[in-house]
Design a protein around this ligand. Sequence first.
Ligand SMILES: [Fe+2]
Length: 625
Amino acid sequence: MGCWETWIRTTIGAAMTAILGISAFYHDSAAALVVDGRIVAAVQEERFTRKKHDYQFPIHAIEYCLAEGGLEGGQLDYVGFYDKPLLKFERLLETYLAYVPAGFRSFLTAMPLWLHQKLHLPREMNKGLGQQYKRRYVFTEHHESHAASAFFPSPFDEAAILTLDGVGEWATASFGCGRGRRIALSHELHFPHSLGLLYSAFTYFCGFRVNSGEYKLMGLAPYGEPRYAETILEKLLDLKDDGSFRMDMSYFNYCQGLRMTSRKFARLFGGPPRKPESPLTQREMDLAASIQKVTEEIVLRMVRYVYERTGMKNLCLAGGVALNCVGNGRILREGPFENLWIQPAAGDAGGALGAALFIWHQLLGNPRRPARPDAQRGSLLGPGFSDEQVRRFLDGVGAKYRHFRDEDELCRHVADLIASEKVIGWMQGRTEFGPRALGSRSILGDARSRRMQSVMNRKIKFRESFRPFAPVVLHDRTSEFFEMPPGRDSPYMLLVAPVARQKRLAQDGDPPQGLDKLKVIRSQVPAITHVDYSARLQTVDPLRHGRFHKLLKAFEAKTGCPVMINTSFNIRGEPIVCLPEHAYRCFMATNMDVLVMEGFVLLKQDQPQAEEHRIDEYLARFELD
Ligand SMILES: [Fe+2]
């Protein structure tokens, strides 16, 4: 846990202000601890409960944040919640009344959670804090929380802020400005007109899970043609020049029903929704390409308008739609903003952090000095484990390992294994806050390998074969491999950039269609080159990424290649691993070859009980996402 703990220990006892932020009861519950304006800890509840996108009150996440700060619930000065539940309830009631009696079933489904927990938040939070916290609770508005999470940790003294998601209380998008220690949102788009819900409607219609499968739809888009884009713009939306829009709600069902789209939507797109897990057809690929194109058009119009209205050169983004890294790549490349910073936990988990930072700067008026490269600390804000803790665990389960005292030697050894096409589970340092694995809880492989994309999807992750893998690249060699504007980085894997032309391979004959596109070897790093040559990249630098950067340097020294595959350390439906036992279980149950936890290296072939860990039993623990 390094020097961060030292700082807390020496500060404790002196006058300080400790603020806990909480998000809960929708999806991706999380807690964040901010002490004297510094982000001490932040983590999603799912990492502990092993339920993906867990929405329950984040008891474990809170417990961890307090322990990381050396605090008890009674020592907190403020507790913030990331939205205003009464306003949300008002939206629910008004929507129900507007559609009565059509929405009765969905209303009934939502009621128990509201009546038992959401409308009694202070009571629930008292319970979650062990009845120790006696001060006030602060409820920030949903989009204010997103905006605060985007601006306050950013490196900018002033910036325009744009937030885009499914829905908060009423707002589904907002923009405004951040200056120094204050943010002010001046414009909002209101429910039911929502870019997040529009994208989710297509996610649902294409047979993926809402609030979870959106990134699969984005990954599917390059297999299709945007042949429905005009239809979407003509029939479903009235899109204005400034990016605001109204939706024709007769095509949607989310206001009154339990489904996202209506029969009229199905008629427009040639039949009923795709059943989950059934074969993907050209229609889904084309729908994915179409809604992606429309989404980018809307976001780019909004961004241009925000630029016109604010006249600022920096832009901060948050909200679930800001996880659409294809769109983000276009914002970066096509401007007009000079600089872009996106909150890595852009979804609702990040609201916990936003609420805490909002209290510190905006409510308490504490000054803010922007940090370089930013104040997010690489987003490595969750639990970490010492060598001693890892050793105790490994000895407890009878694992066979080799321990490396010397970090350089460890990195050279692991780089050799990757270069020989071994698949590595890599658990180092503190867990990532946000949905992406950034080299702390990652599965790594050789990006040069022609078989790695298929091996990883089928034998390690047990997920859909069409899904691409993301690269990590040494930050100072990015432009050699990817078309990124010079001097730009992507430390949080939130941008997509095309693979550089000089790294692509010439293609003969007619281009294949649909899923056959997968079979083509397209570049010198085929495992991370998507079918349209795009790559969702993470740039790795020594400041943010420590040992992970050393590993990539060792791989470069051995192979000349500064690029590896980095995918999250989990299987399909499983939250990213967090604790040593999670990593060990996932390693033992899958076909992963090697597990590296801190200084310990485990080879699968050496493990005594390898055959006792069965993949089907392991897979059955997690609901398909
Ligand atoms: Fe949100």
